[in-house]
Design a protein around this ligand. Sequence first.
Ligand code: SF4
Length: 342
Amino acid sequence: MKLFMPQRVIFDTSSLEYPLGKEIYLFFKEKNVEIVNATARNAARFIPGITHSEKYANSKRTMLITTNKINKLDVCKPSADYQFSIVGNCPGNCEYCYLQTTQGAKPYIKVFVNLDDIFNVIKDYIKQNEGKITTFEVASLGDPLALEHITGSLAKTIDFFSGLENGRLRIVTKYDNVDSLLKLNHNKNAEFRISINSNYVIENFEHNTAKLDERIEAIIKLANAGYPIGFLVAPIMQYENWKEEYGILFQKLEKNLGIHLSKEKLVFELIQHRFTAVAKELILQRFPKTKLDMDEENRTLKWGRFGRYKYVYPKEEAEEIKQYMFSLILERFPNADIKYFT
Ligand code: SF4
């Protein structure tokens, strides 16, 4: 897909003290992009917009180049032991995105340039785990691959992990910007999950992300470059024709992956659609014409790990989705390793 280019880039003053901050500044200096120098605290003031939709759209075209000074990592079950961030948010406009509620009224994109500090925190966590393998998810709070042509920081992260005996990196993405990663010496310590979904979900809800064919092409390139790969099917939704459409998805996947890849022990992770009351309110403000089914009557409440109730499919429907998805996957990929359905 066409590579993302922001309209406006805000450089937090401290970011220019780091080599990556300077590299990104030089990258944008030659581009037709508004450059602003400000503190991270004031960044939102430079993003125009009156209505909720305008603020949202303008924020998604704004990047803040800054630092990430955290020294504690959140757990990231069931997909990894911990999560960390080299970017926050992404240029995509997925209507259901779980980040809707965590990024404020102006959800701009953040890029963190103090990579060595972040890597030192990771090393500490690995050390504390005393000789066991520790896994880290880099894409829980954003999609670094969507920005890789600007930052190059995912390549640096893969390189860092390649030298770790007990650290493994996990990258989930809806983008296809993988070419700069194919020649890296990753040592199989970095694993990709491409997010896939039915045509209805991608077309109606995943705006400004790569098309399904582009994502599949990217995962084939990554597999051929020796990276461990797998698929995240999320969020799985029930709608008219959902069974037929998910059937077509796996049929297409098998065909495009080719005999060689489809016989491998591919990993699948499955997540049903969920939403919170706060997310519903924000989604309706930002996407007033959304077709997302957020009717509480059709769902059941489940306590979430972030201290909020979320609406998920009732038990019987969730079980139906699970059984159906398992059967579709195992029919096409008998050696598949289905890690979880949640
Ligand atoms: S690509 Fe991922 S992070 Fe970006 S909007 Fe979509 S769901 Fe959210």
